[in-house]
Ligand binder design. Sequence first.
Ligand code: UDP
Length: 314
Amino acid sequence: MSKRVLITGGAGFLGSHLCDRYLSEGYRVICMDNLITGNADNIAHLIGNDSFEFIKHDVTNYIHVSGDLDLILHFASPASPIDYLKMPIQTLKVGSLGTHKALGLAKAKNARFLLASTSEVYGDPLTHPQAEDYWGNVNPIGDRGVYDEAKRFAEAMTMAYHRYHRVDTRIVRIFNTYGSRMRLHDGRALPTFMRQALKNNPLTVYGDGSQTRSFMYVDDLVEGVWRSSQSDYVDPINIGNPEETTILDFAEEIIDLTDSNSEIIFQELPKDDPQVRQPDISRAKKELDWEPRYDRKKGLRMALDYFQQKVGED
Ligand code: UDP
C-alpha cells in the first residue's frame, strides 16, 4: 500500500503545491482546510483523483482521520500580514491549538510530523543573515506577535512532543516564498507589486524601501519540504533563498519585468516590520543537500504568467 499524508492548509498557496508533489511521489493525500484563506480552486484539478481526498475542517478543533497515516505536513495558518491582522485570534489558535491537535493525531497514528514554521520566529533580527541557532527578536504584544508567537509556540510544542512522546518530528522555517496560487490581494509585497505594475498603477513601497527580504520560488520550497520529510534531521532548518534585495529595488525589478509605466509611491511602514531578512542555509545544504535552483530573475519570469492571468480576471 502506498504511503498516506495529511496536509493541513492543503488548499492554500503552499499546501496545494505540496498536494501535487506528494501525489506525484506516489502518496495518497488527504488535504484538510477550513478555506478561510485557502481556496478550493487551488485543488480543483485534484478532485476525482482516487489518491486524493479533501476534508473541510478547522484544525483548531479535534481532528478525526480514519485509517493509517504515515506523515502529517502541518501548514494550516493565515500567513500574510494583512490576514493575521484581520484574524488575530484564529492565527493564534491555529498555531497553538491547531498544532496541538495535529501533533496529537501524529502520536495516535504513529506518523511523522512536519511543522511549517517561519522566518518570523526571528522577528526583527539583530543578526544577519539568520541562522537556526539565533533565538530571535520578537515583540510579543505587537501586531505581528499573533503570528510570530503562535509559530514559536508551535515549535516549542513540536519539540515537547518529540522529547516527551517520542513523536518523529521535523521543523522547517520558511522564508518569503512566491509563485502561482498566491492570492492577488493577500497584501504581500510580491503579489501587490505584480498587480499594481500589470495595471500600470503606482507601486506602494512601505517606509523608504530600504528594508530587505529574500524571495524564494515555490518549487524550491516544495523540494526543501520534501527532502526534510524524507530525512532524519529533527532540529529546525531554514528553507529560503539567500538572494537578498531591498524592497525599493524589488519594486523597480517588478516594473522592469512587467514592462510597466508605473511609478513608485511611499507609504507608512507597518509596525514591527523587520528591517532585514536573509536565510543562512548552511544547515539545509549540509543536512538535506538542498539549495534553491531558481534565482529571482528566473523565478519571477516563471511566476509572471500566473499573475498576468490573475490580473486579467481581477
Ligand atoms: N511591502 C511594501 N508594499 C506593499 C506590501 C509590502 O513595501 O504593498 C513591504 C513590507 O512592509 C515588508 C516587505 O515589503 O517590508 C515584505 O512584505 P510582505 O508582506 O511580503 O511579507 P513579510 O516579509 O513582511 O512578512
